[in-house]
Design a protein. Structure first.
Length: 115
């Protein structure tokens, strides 16, 4: 069974930066994709970014392009979301997701952008 643990959320002022981490435990093999989603109350969870294991291609939501960067450390079974130039509208609970045959979700971490 794969278990995901997120860390790195918190309170930051507009224009600031945060880095989220998602560590996966358990055996992972084959082709997989790692993603970050976010959700605010009353809205659907939305895709922020993803990265695939084969080739490392990435994809970003339009509203975070140029500000957020997704990356991975295969040796540590961990992936990251570097968030720069944060805006109040980035405030949300951020979730990591692993698609490796089955789908696994992290527990979520709160990111609050406020002065």
């Amino acid at each position: 069974q794969v278990h995901l643990v997120e860390s790195g959320g918190g309170l930051v002022q507009p224009g600031g930066s945060l880095r989220l981490s998602c560590a996966a435990s358990g055996f992972i093999f084959g082709r997989y994709a790692m993603s970050w989603y976010r959700q605010v109350p009353g809205k659907e969870r939305e895709l922020v970014a993803n990265i695939v294991s084969a080739g490392g291609s990435t994809n970003y939501a339009d509203n975070v392009k140029g500000r957020f960067t997704i990356s991975r450390d295969n040796a540590k079974n961990t992936w990251y979301l570097q968030m720069n130039s944060l805006k109040p509208e980035d405030t949300a609970v951020y979730y990591c997701k692993l698609t490796a045959g089955n789908v696994y979700w992290g527990q979520g971490t709160q990111v609050t952008v406020s002065s």
